[in-house]
Ligand binder design. Sequence first.
Ligand code: HEC
Length: 106
Amino acid sequence: MRGLVALALLLAACAPQRVSIANYPELEATRGEALFMRYCHQCHPNGAAGLGPSLNDKPLPGFLIALQVRVGLGAMPAFGSGVISDAELDEIVAYVQALHRVAGER
Ligand code: HEC
């Protein structure tokens, strides 16, 4: 399991155009980036469209992001609190919202 996580982080680190906290201090305060890379990035690369729709081109309300993660929809799996804790979900939501703000500044 630990190896898989390391591999996922390695792959995420190699992905082009990664939105890094180093470039955007606004994102620095959260663990949201690491969590997003682990659970969401594969389908919403850096918040852009992939297998899933882009998340950074619209102002998504926090409750909606959290609901989508907990319940899932269509091809998006649900993530229960045993996988992503409430505290972690808060950080992911904050990161997704920061991605939108950062995208608006570019
Ligand atoms: C296996 C691929 C996959 C993963 C992993 C995934 N998503 Fe999704 N996501 C999707 C798909 C597909 C949709 C569109 C679902 C639909 O409308 O049928 C979606 C939709 C969404 C939406 C709604 C977007 C909108 O325009 O309303 C949000 C918010 C979202 N995902 C957030 C997340 C977050 C946060 C994570 C990580 C915890 C995540 N997703 C992980 C595939 C994925």
